[in-house]
Ligand binder design. Structure first.
Ligand code: FES
Length: 106
């Protein structure tokens, strides 16, 4: 499945990711800047914050309490589409998902 990343300055990058890979991992594996992922995907750092495009939010898995709490600690303000990208695993259903990257993660 494909993931479209839109940086804070508006540039877009499309990456192919295997199913089962998180949106955080896919970006880090290709060296895409904009996601820090300080905790390595353990849902403990909130530096993998992304804004999921409104067209896609209903297709996402529900948030665990830990993710919900961490989203109140992000460097950039939480918005309705805010998620931690290490908690979003790619699947065929998410093919084409668009995520915006915040201007800062820490
Ligand atoms: Fe740390 Fe996602 S990588 S919370």
């Amino acid at each position: 499945p494909h993931i479209h990343y839109v940086t804070a300055d508006g540039s877009r990058t499309e990456l192919q990711a295997d199913a089962g890979v998180s949106i955080m991992q896919a970006a880090l594996m290709r060296g895409l800047p904009g996601i820090n992922a300080d905790c390595g995907g353990a849902c403990q750092c909130a530096t993998c914050h992304v804004y999921v495009d409104a067209a896609w939010t209903s297709k996402l898995p529900p948030m665990e309490d830990m993710e919900d709490a961490l989203l109140d600690c992000t460097a950039e303000p939480r918005q309705p589409g805010s998620r931690l990208s290490c908690c979003l695993t790619m699947s065929a259903e998410l093919d084409g998902i668009v995520v915006r990257l915040p201007a800062a993660q820490a």
